[in-house]
Design a protein around this ligand. Structure first.
Ligand code: GUN
Length: 284
């Protein structure tokens, strides 16, 4: 049985450190603030947004919630982003994705001030990550890196395989592993011989969005397996992209779902909000 990578415990520690930092900033008159914008009724997004606001409270970060109806016009959302860009109490802006189909996500992301872009989705921040000179790391990949580090494995020179090429997870994840001298392969739906490539991975990151996609035959003995997937099964239970019960018998360390990557994303968001507050107060 593999080592269980405890995302709850690691995220708790990061949130506690962040809370301490926020209290110290508050003593200097700086109150970090995060605006969280939700458009529409997506049930999963509602849960994520509520969890983000709870984490703000635990970290003493001021949170400003905006819940807009599904039929909000793109122009209205752009105007809200502009208002938040100009509001000094707001250090970080998070617009929960996905947005309703009639709104151009890229347009909204481009409108967020890069200094307040705590998701690190803005092209300026994406570019900075690419060249390795960044202020914010995208929350989910940063969370995955912290979990890999918590196992004690040295990434340098290791074969790393990322399944999934999304802008939110796959692409930045590959870049962070590369910055740490991993030998990185990105796989996706058109990849030929996917199981064979995965079997070479010392570190395997699954961000596919398909229930139990990674089976035991795709995993190398002794690998570190990071499961980014959050899929709801027919019985209503959550399950990752990895067939956990089978894979845990083969790998060295694995993240559970829930309780693995999920809580880390939120902890990293808190950290980024504090970084944003520091940058905007010329402390960084
Ligand atoms: N939707 C799913 N994950 C994320 C995230 O990390 N940030 C935002 N803004 N939306 C998401």
């Amino acid at each position: 049985m593999a080592q269980l990578i405890d995302g709850k415990a690691v995220s708790k520690q990061i949130k506690e450190e962040t809370a301490k930092e926020v209290l110290a900033l508050r003593e200097q008159g700086i109150v970090p603030g995060l605006a969280v914008v939700l458009v529409g009724e997506d049930p999963a997004s509602k849960v994520y947004v509520s969890n983000k606001q709870k984490a703000c409270k635990a970290c003493h970060i001021e949170s400003f919630g905006y819940v807009l109806p599904e039929d909000t016009k793109e122009e209205e959302l752009l105007q809200l982003v502009e208002t938040l860009n100009r509001d000094d109490k707001v250090n970080g802006i998070l617009v929960q994705l996905p947005l309703p189909k009639h709104i151009d996500e890229n347009k909204i992301i481009n409108a967020i001030s890069p200094k307040k872009d705590v998701d690190a989705f803005h092209p300026v921040n994406v570019g900075k990550i690419m060249i390795g000179d960044y202020d914010f790391l995208p929350c989910t990949p940063a969370g995955c890196m912290a979990l890999i580090d918590s196992t004690g494995v040295d990434i340098s020179g290791k074969r790393c395989v990322v399944i999934g090429r999304s802008n939110i997870v796959g692409k930045p994840m590959a870049m962070l592993l590369l910055h740490r001298n991993g030998t990185v392969t990105i796989c996706h739906s058109k990849t030929k011989n996917l199981p064979e490539i995965c079997r070479q991975a010392d570190i395997l990151v699954a961000a596919v969005g398909r229930e139990k996609f990674v089976t035991a035959d795709m995993v190398k003995e002794g690998a570190v397996v990071i499961d980014v997937g959050i899929n709801r099964m027919e019985n209503g239970k959550l399950c990752g992209d990895v067939d956990f019960d089978a894979v845990k018998e083969k790998c060295a360390a694995i993240t559970p779902v829930p309780g693995g990557v999920g809580p880390m994303t939120i902890a990293m968001l808190m950290k980024n909000t504090v970084t944003a507050a520091k940058i905007q107060n010329s402390m960084k």
